[in-house]
Design a protein around this ligand. Structure first.
Ligand SMILES: [Zn+2]
Ligand SMILES: [Zn+2]
Length: 115
């Protein structure tokens, strides 16, 4: 769960508690939370993924193609060597690059290697 997701849920619970204290029906807040859960269920985590086969090590990038709608998935199949693997107990999405870089990172997918 991201910080934004945790904040949304924390805010939703606080709102429900306030409504409960005021004796009001928390239907709107419950609907908001239910919609949020539906839209974030099995939301894959964007990751830089490389095939674990040492003879291959190709980058795995998930994308929609003619015969693959790219639904949320845990196990990935390398398009080059056929290795099927998972790196997490949750859905992950292989991306070309991620959005952030740490200030002390000494490797990035963009080739920014400082080691
Ligand atoms: Zn995949
Ligand atoms: Zn491979």
């Amino acid at each position: 769960m991201t910080k934004d997701e945790a904040n949304f849920l924390r805010h939703g619970v606080a709102k429900l508690l306030a409504l409960h204290r005021d004796g009001l029906t928390p239907e709107v807040a419950l609907t908001e939370i239910a919609l949020f859960i539906d839209s974030h269920d099995e939301k894959p985590i964007n990751m830089i993924i490389f095939c674990p086969n040492p003879l291959c090590n190709s980058q795995h990038i998930d994308r929609v193609t003619e015969d693959w709608s790219n639904p949320a998935h845990r196990s990935h199949k390398c398009e080059f060597c056929g290795c099927i693997f998972r790196f997490a107990d949750t859905a992950t999405n292989g991306v070309a690059k991620i959005e952030t870089i740490g200030k002390n990172d000494n490797w990035s997918i963009d080739g920014d290697r400082r080691i």
